[in-house]
Ligand binder design. Sequence first.
Ligand SMILES: Cc1cc2nc3c(=O)[nH]c(=O)nc-3n(C[C@H](O)[C@H](O)[C@H](O)COP(=O)(O)OP(=O)(O)OC[C@H]3O[C@@H](n4cnc5c(N)ncnc54)[C@H](O)[C@@H]3O)c2cc1C
Length: 483
Amino acid sequence: MENNFDVIIAGCGAAGLYGAINLPASCRVLLVCKQELTLCNSALAQGGIAGVYKSPQDSIELHEHDTMVAGGFKNNPETLHILTTHAAHEIQAILDMGVDFDRTPDGELHRTLEGGHCRHRIFHHKDATGAEILDKLIRKVKTLPNVTILEHAMMVGMKKTGTGFSVNIMQGGSFTTYNSHFMLLATGGIGRVYSFTTNSKIATGDGIAFAYENGAEIRNLHLIQFHPTAFNDHHTRECFLISEAVRGEGAYLLNCKKERFMDRYDERLELAPRDVVSRSIILESRETKSDNFYLDISHKDPEFVRNRFPMIYEKVLEQGYDMTKEPIPIFPCQHYLMGGIQVDTNSETTIPNLYAAGECSHTGVHGNNRLASNSLLEALVFSRQAALDIAKKLPNTPSTYETAAFPTSPDAQKLPKGFRTEIRKIMQENYFVIPNKEKLPEGFRRIEEIRNQLLNGNYIVDADYVEAKSLATVAYIILKEVL
Ligand SMILES: Cc1cc2nc3c(=O)[nH]c(=O)nc-3n(C[C@H](O)[C@H](O)[C@H](O)COP(=O)(O)OP(=O)(O)OC[C@H]3O[C@@H](n4cnc5c(N)ncnc54)[C@H](O)[C@@H]3O)c2cc1C
């Protein structure tokens, strides 16, 4: 197989796939993902994708205002304006690819409401929007002859060269170096740096760590969103999300006494933004000395609940709860990363020709806190921005490709077990919804120690090692920012 490409895209979630789709047909693209195509955060998205699209009762200004309110007015107005104004284009594009959004009985697209939005502007496919969008993006990308897709192909090394980039890809037990003039990092979030997260197991921050190691600017990695309503069985690492839309449709939050409590914390009650609700739950848990909390939609018509949330209904039923009849146990957990690899309006990082899009990037659109359903939109809008910018530069790229070396050591050792668990424990205990200021310095010292050991030790380069190094790097940057 050819080892030189115009563009290498690391990551096959919404950002990576949509970036590939929007590159010109003349552009030779290598698209890699470390597991199967469907294993990513994009596939888990439930609630939907926000956007002002053929909505006379809504406006760009209102969408921007809601996003700013949720983000504490720390959003980047320029990138936010790109996000909101491009939404209609991307929603139309994915509809054209066959994405099947729910419709009203008269055939109009159904728009739902979620916390923090002042208008019904969330387009959705029942409660499995991400899987639907991903399915149609995968179908589309597989029709493109200029795109080579490698599954179970993990980027385990990335280096700048004189003509672009070289990446070391591990597939099965073998390693191959591929070169390109441009790179798009679309490697997703960092959820697995916590003990409890809604994120899929690929979310170990690999792209962020490689960008950092190559000298790219990383910004606001400490801006982490903790979702207030993850299903809480107290021991599963990947916590099943109970979508924001359940509160949007009128569910109540209850404390351990099965009493509503949000009126003590915020006048928007259950529809307050995620950070406010998560914080309220933690404060209420301190008051009640219990971490038993519930989400209750049993007062709504059971038929409506089953139809509107079929996936959530089935998932919690498997765990022994019928949400049409009883409250579901919930608790906050890590959900989303607002910070990431710093990019400009074209999604270019501080390293020329290195682009980043989706959850691994920091466009600044979310400010301090992401408004629900803005992230799928961000992944589409800004991966297309990257593709458009690369397309402009393509005619002026060199015809040669330099190759970097990824040396291996014959006496390298398998990474001992335990590093990842320890990193997660430190993050969960030190930097959860309300940071533990007293423990932070000690946590940071230990993370720094682990990271140095991983960087300087003579370890076999495999998935365990690369992910542990990524988690240590991500934890190191987060804690360094907040100390
Ligand atoms: C449970 C859940 C529900 C959500 N609900 C919503 C919602 O309703 N609306 C909304 O807007 N957002 C939602 N989000 C957030 C949204 O889904 C994500 O932010 C977005 O889909 C991220 O897309 P992405 O392409 O950046 O990353 P991902 O979709 O996570 O894709 C990352 C890709 O990178 C690959 N990768 C990672 N590391 C490597 C490596 N070293 N080598 C090769 N490949 C690698 C992975 O294999 C994967 O293909 C939700 C998230 C979760 C977890």
